[in-house]
Design a protein around this ligand. Structure first.
Ligand SMILES: Nc1ncnc2c1ncn2[C@@H]1O[C@H](COP(=O)(O)OP(=O)(O)OP(=O)(O)O)[C@@H](O)[C@H]1O
Length: 312
């Protein structure tokens, strides 16, 4: 049985002379959230625009539900819902007028449009704004309307390009929850340059830098890869540094102040911090704080770009 809804093979694209993406391969399962992570200019929008059939690739193939987007674009696009980075909203339409129009553009049967629009509004929590002009909605609700147009024809595959960009923290949480909900019975692909976004929302990720894939795997693989390797601890009565260095798993100790130390370690972070707490109490070092340090996204990008790690 074919488990994937999308297959991308050796996708490359060149704007005039510059390659924007090179040899991207990916497969997306029929349900769940798939994240495309990358810094600005990494090639996320280019990849998504090609996958949605709004940009013709220079090389490579995209198959949606087994159908080649290049050979049979009209048929393949029936399975796709797309919210581009700049939502294509008509601000002087009401929510209902706009969604009916989008359903017509999708060539839906006229008699099924009313129910489809109601379903999309219901899913996106915008039922009560049916008669509201889009220009009079907040940014978060405008984004919901953008997502509603992407699912109005009940596609199997929904693509959202930076869906939480420009929203406030509450709206971000709401949109993330909505994304997870619509991914219960279809595949959703989202792009972001925010690491916490993929960690909060995605089941699987691909990370691209300078147009090539530098990481591929589940969010668990990614979190394991990103596992902290240092922590800072404060002891009111610390021993000499050499004493710390004798502890199994400790690679290096930096003395930051008389009571504050940074420890570089190898192994499981929970195990290591628990060991320090227990030893601190047992030996009378009087530990008062232990803080795990995580790499910044910049560091992770740099590491991954350099290592070209691939977990498939
Ligand atoms: N129409 C275009 N013409 C020429 N170069 C382009 C065009 N669109 C994008 N590029 C270039 O292609 C590269 C990838 O851009 P793309 O927009 O796909 O990246 P992105 O990861 O989506 O970034 P962002 O998050 O900033 O949108 C960048 O170097 C960008 O400058």
């Amino acid at each position: 049985m074919n488990e994937s809804i999308v297959r991308v093979e050796h996708l490359s694209h060149r704007y005039s002379v510059q390659w924007a993406i090179r040899d991207i391969n990916l497969e997306i399962k029929k349900k769940g959230v798939f994240g495309l992570l990358g810094s600005n200019g990494a090639g996320k929008s280019t990849t998504m625009n090609i996958m949605c059939g709004v940009l013709n690739q220079t090389e490579g193939e995209v198959f949606i539900n087994g159908i080649s987007l290049r050979e049979n674009p009209v048929e393949a696009k029936k399975y796709i819902g797309f919210l581009p980075q700049k939502p294509p909203l008509y601000s002087d339409f009401t929510v209902d007028e706009y969604l009916v129009y989008c359903a017509q553009l999708r060539r839906m049967e006229p008699k099924s449009i009313r129910a489809a629009v109601d379903f999309a509004k219901e899913k996106c929590g915008i039922m009560h704004f049916s008669k509201r002009l889009i220009s009079n909605l907040s940014g978060g609700y405008q984004q919901r309307v953008g997502i509603a147009q992407a699912i109005v024809h009940n596609p199997l595959f929904v693509v959202l390009d930076e869906p939480t960009n420009g929203l406030d923290p509450n709206q971000i949480v709401e949109i993330r929850n909505l994304i997870k909900e619509i991914a219960v019975d279809r595949a959703v692909m989202l792009s972001t340059h925010i690491l916490s976004e993929v960690q909060a929302t995605c089941d699987e990720i691909k990370m691209i830098e300078h147009g090539t894939v530098v990481f591929s795997g589940t969010i668990r693989d990614f979190n394991n890869y990103m596992a902290p390797s240092t922590f800072v601890a404060i002891f009111e009565n610390p021993p000499i540094v050499e004493e710390f260095e004798k502890i199994e798993g400790i690679l290096k100790v930096e003395k930051l102040t008389t009571t504050r130390f940074r420890f570089h370690f190898d192994g499981n972070d929970h195990f290591m911090t628990r060991r320090f707490t227990e030893m601190g109490v047992e030996k009378g070092w009087r530990p008062s704080e232990i803080i795990l340090e995580r790499d910044s996204l910049d560091t992770v990008f740099a590491q991954l770009s350099g290592k070209g790690i691939k977990i498939d």
